[in-house]
Design a protein around this ligand. Structure first.
Ligand code: FES
Length: 150
C-alpha cells in the first residue's frame, strides 16, 4: 500500500504493507538508521521516535496507523534547541558507553523536556524508566537530563 507520512517535516511517500512497523520503514525503506532495533516488542526503548511530539516505540507502530501525525527521528534532533542542549549535556557528562541505546534515550529525554522543561528527579526517572541501557549508564543519563532541566 502507498502511504504519505511526514517525517522530520518532510512528506515521504512509502510503499509498504500497512502492518510494517515504522522502525523498519525508517531503517529499510528510507535508510534512516539512527533509530535502533533492540527488542522489537516495545520493551526496551531503543527504537523511540516522536509522534506528534510524544515519545513512541517505532517497533510497535504499524506504518498504516500513523496517518497525518508528525514523526520525528533522531536525525532531526540537532535541529531543535532542546535536542541540541541534550546532545551537549550527553557529551559533557560523558554518558555513552557502547552507545547503542542512546538514540532512544535522547528521544525520550527530548520529549520529556519539550513537554516539561523543569521536571523533578522523580519525573525524570518516571519518563526514562522504560529505556533500557545494557551498560547501565543510568546515573549519567539522569545527570545530563537534570543539567538541561536546570
Ligand atoms: Fe522497540 Fe525495543 S526495539 S522497544
Amino acid at each position: 500500500m502507498a502511504f504519505s507520512v511526514t517525517i522530520n517535516g518532510e512528506t515521504r511517500e512509502i510503499d509498504a504493507p500497512a502492518e510494517m512497523p515504522l522502525l523498519w520503514v525508517l531503517r529499510q525503506e528510507l535508510g534512516m538508521v539512527g533509530t535502533k532495533f533492540g527488542c522489537g516488542i516495545g520493551m526496551c526503548g531503543a527504537c523511540t521516535v516522536h509522534v506528534d511530539g510524544q515519545a513512541a516505540r517505532s517497533c510497535s507502530l504499524p506504518i498504516g496507523s500513523i496517518g497525518d501525525r508528525q514523526v520525528t527521528t533522531i536525525e532531526h534532533l540537532e535541529k531543535t534547541p532542546v535536542g541540541q542542549a541534550l546532545q551537549q549535556a550527553w557529551l559533557d557528562e560523558d554518558v555513552m558507553q557502547c552507545g547503542y541505546c542512546q538514540a532512544g534515550q535522547l528521544m525520550t529525554a527530548t520529549a520529556l523536556l519539550t513537554n516539561n522543561p523543569n521536571p523533578t528527579d522523580r519525573q525524570i526517572e518516571g519518563a526514562m524508566q522504560g529505556n533500557i541501557c545494557r551498560c547501565a549508564c543510568y546515573t549519567r543519563i539522569h545527570r545530563a537530563i537534570a543539567e538541561v532541566a536546570k
